[in-house]
Design a protein around this ligand. Structure first.
Ligand code: LLP
Length: 432
């Protein structure tokens, strides 16, 4: 699953006891395991190897430039959605072959973003509307360049287990173009001189907990591609998007091989280059957020552990009611390592809500958990926090964002320093 294990009752990331990091850096802090990132990337690459896919890691998931660099070294390309994400990729690597494996998604690309991406030589745009396509073509012509695009189609498929806030492949969302309108789109733009429109893109949501929605969406996309080919369009690539789930709890999600088993046969021998855009499947279980208990409080018969992390550091529970396993980094004497289940009950455990210090009722990181008795100063690990963790952190309540650390074997290093209160006001200081 990952490289976060209890050894002699103490949580380790690879070979480093996580307390050692906190005793030097303080808390809260995000800690990532290099080996887990690599293992998860390799498992996807191996599972889909018969298709020789281009893997475009979704930068929005965990966009630290050191993580991007590591994944670029593994052969990854990147899925970006903004100028900022392009800048991150360009900081991580200048290898033109990696930049050529960058795909640019998003319904609201600005002119500046489009111009910069064309100039940088990205692989293709995932186009989400007619006006956007025309704009890319116009801007490419203005700077005398050509580029490439996939049409993002909305296949009207979704997974019932996916939170409504992260479902994207269903009719009526802002994403993509209705699949029925795709033939007319290609008829209008398939021979554009600036933008080679020769690919189809899907992204049906995130996370998708089984292969079936992919099978349904890909089947529809293949029918479309057959029709487009009959209409005389050369369709060279299909991007099946991201959304491969992660183990927020032990055994919760399919393995990369389970998705591939159903998806690969559909796409073999179709004369298509295949792209995938995984994020969470690679990064989620590669990270924990470490936080200390500030206060133990009882109110109306309920127990609260107030911790030094908050919704500002990990937004997912407040925004999606997402459930992350939380457990002390040091086990009580003789206690066995916990099963990574939200409803796990250790012997002698007590019910507690883990809450942050922000002035919002939704600032609950975990509700109604059974944990060993907690005391001020105890260190807790919030598991499966690598994906959509730090990247969604904010400075609300003027809280500096936490540090990020990358562990490799017995070594660790800070890959983003903790923000300071000076950082909070740096952009507001009057210019000299
Ligand atoms: N490709 C596209 C076009 C996407 O929009 C996304 C995610 C991905 C790939 C990567 O999806 P993944 O493999 O990581 O599931 N903040 C939410 C998730 C929002 C996902 C947005 N798009 C969360 O914390 O669950």
């Amino acid at each position: 699953m990952d490289h976060f294990d209890y050894k002699d009752g103490r949580l380790h990331c690879e070979d480093v006891p996580v307390e050692a990091i906190v005793s030097q850096l303080g808390s809260p802090v995000y800690v990532y395991s290099r080996q887990t990132l690599v293992d998860h990337y390799r498992r996807l690459a191996d599972a889909f190897a018969p298709l020789q896919p281009t893997i475009c890691y979704a930068v929005k998931t965990l966009g630290n430039i050191h993580v991007l660099k590591l994944l670029a070294e593994q052969g990854s390309g990147f899925d970006i959605v903004s100028l900022g994400e392009l800048a991150r990729v360009l900081h991580a690597t200048h290898d033109p072959s990696v930049i050529g494996r960058v795909v640019f998604a998003g319904v609201g690309k600005t002119d500046a973003e489009i111009l910069e991406a064309i100039s940088a030589g990205i692989g293709m745009f995932n186009v989400e509307s007619e006006e956007e396509f025309e704009n890319i073509s116009r801007l490419a012509a203005r700077i005398g360049r050509t580029t490439r695009a996939a049409l993002r189609v909305n296949p009207d498929v979704f997974d019932k287990q996916t939170h409504r806030y992260t479902t994207t492949g269903k009719k009526g969302t802002k994403f993509g173009v209705d699949i029925d309108r795709a033939p007319a789109f290609f008829a209008a733009h398939g021979t554009d001189e600036q933008v080679a429109l020769d690919a189809v893109h899907l992204h049906i949501g995130s996370p998708i907990y089984s292969a079936e929605p992919y099978v349904e969406a890909i089947t529809r996309a293949l029918e479309l591609i057959d029709r487009l080919r009959v209409d005389g369009h050369a369709i060279n690539a299909l991007n099946i998007g991201g959304g491969f789930a992660a183990d927020y709890e032990e055994g919760k999600s399919p393995a990369a091989a389970d998705y591939a088993e159903k998806i690969v046969p559909l796409l073999q021998d179709r004369g298509l280059d295949v792209l995938i855009e995984p994020g969470r499947h690679i990064a989620c279980n590669a990270g924990v957020l470490l936080t200390k208990v500030l206060y133990d409080k009882q109110s109306a018969g309920k127990r609260f552990a107030i911790v030094d992390a908050a919704m500002t550091d990990l937004l997912r529970p407040a925004l999606y009611e997402a459930e992350h396993v939380v457990y002390p980094a040091t086990l009580p004497d003789g206690e066995q390592p916990p099963v990574r289940k939200v409803d796990y009950k250790p012997p002698g455990g007590q019910l507690v809500d883990i809450v942050g210090g922000v002035c919002e009722t939704t600032d609950t990181l975990a509700a109604g958990r059974c944990l060993p008795e907690l005391h001020r100063g105890d260190l807790l690990a919030i598991f499966s926090a690598g994906a959509y963790g730090f990247v969604m952190a904010s400075q609300y309540n003027a809280r500096p964002r936490p540090a990020e650390v990358l562990v490799s074997g017995g070594d660790w290093r800070v890959i983003r320093r903790r923000e300071t209160t000076d950082d909070l006001i740096a952009h507001e200081r009057a210019e000299g």
